[in-house]
Write a protein that binds this ligand. Structure first.
Ligand code: ATR
Length: 278
């Protein structure tokens, strides 16, 4: 029941009408017994939106494309790793002070760490956009050996230099695999495989072998071509819903101080994605 005590949360981005975050957060607030609601705000002018958060006392917002970097200049404080990544996907309003966090990297790592012990592992990270940046910094925090690969070489090399790790062009994978040098973990942080390009796989199937864990951050569709082929080859797979659920859970923890139940968040997301298809 929304009343005069209801605390308001939301997501700012553009576009946001297909965001799954309201589903995650409203269902979690209900389960946690909190008088709070979460709305989607399609924002044209970021500065005005941030003033609105302050002026209306909105308690917290998620930040999505295209504002994750731009938003930093409007905040009072930015937490350590978010500052390094130069991207904020979560804002908490703590008594009028807007503090920025990044839960994308934590979401990806928590999803991975449920299946693999990352310590000392060799990870091929595909992509050099915002998502790859966040995950790359997270992998470095965990002490992984990271190899960046990207369609546009210059962008990939820039990210690799920043992360102080190596770069390999996608064309080198077959040779690396033949020499037994590929990876323990492969993460797709590109948009390859995402609807309407769901017939594409960012990697040749034959390099996927049993013993490799393959994670895809794409969740529309949930079973991407990459994950289908990885399963066929006997790899352990982690779908995009896992990272989404874990990053949302980390946001809820920042806002409420309580850790929500991850299994229920995943179930809500799975149902929402399935109902999009049917
Ligand atoms: P995000 O913030 O979600 O990471 P982004 O910053 O637009 O999105 O980055 C998209 C990533 O997917 C980039 O690494 C991009 O490669 P380029 O740097 O070469 O553009 C990658 N990508 C998108 N479409 C691709 C395709 N068809 N083949 C290979 N890589 C692709």
């Amino acid at each position: 029941m929304i009343d005069a005590q209801t605390e308001i949360y939301g997501i700012i981005g553009n576009p946001v009408r297909h965001s799954l975050s309201p589903i995650i957060h409203n269902a979690a607030f209900r389960r946690m017994g909190l008088n709070a609601t979460y709305l989607a705000f399609e924002v044209g002018n970021l500065e005005e939106a941030i003033s609105g958060i302050r002026g209306l006392g909105i308690r917290g917002v998620s930040v999505t494309l295209p504002f994750k970097t731009q938003v930093i200049s409007f905040l009072d404080e930015v937490e350590g790793v978010a500052k390094k990544i130069k991207a904020v996907n979560t804002i908490a309003n703590k008594e009028g002070k807007l503090i920025g966090y990044n839960t994308d990297w934590r979401g990806a790592l928590e999803a991975l760490e449920k299946k693999v012990d990352l310590k000392g592992k060799k990870v091929v990270l595909l992509g050099a956009g915002g998502a790859a940046r966040a995950i790359g910094f997270g992998l470095k925090v965990r002490g992984c050996e990271v190899i960046i690969s990207n369609r546009t070489r210059d962008k990939g090399v820039d990210l690799a230099n920043e992360l102080m790790c190596s770069y390999q062009p996608p064309s080198s994978f077959i040779e690396m695999e033949a020499e037994g040098l590929l990876a323990d973990v492969i993460i797709n942080a590109t948009s390859v495989g995402m609807s309407p390009y769901e017939t594409e796989n960012p990697l040749p199937k034959k390099i996927l072998k049993e013993g490799i864990t393959v994670m895809d951050i794409v969740y529309r569709p949930l079973r991407t071509k990459l994950l289908q082929e990885a399963e066929e080859q006997g790899c352990l797979t982690i779908d995009g819903l896992e990272m989404l659920a874990h990053q949302g859970a980390a946001q809820l923890e920042i806002w409420t101080g309580k850790r929500p139940e991850i299994g229920e968040i995943k179930e809500n997301l799975r149902q929402a994605l399935e109902s999009e298809i049917s």
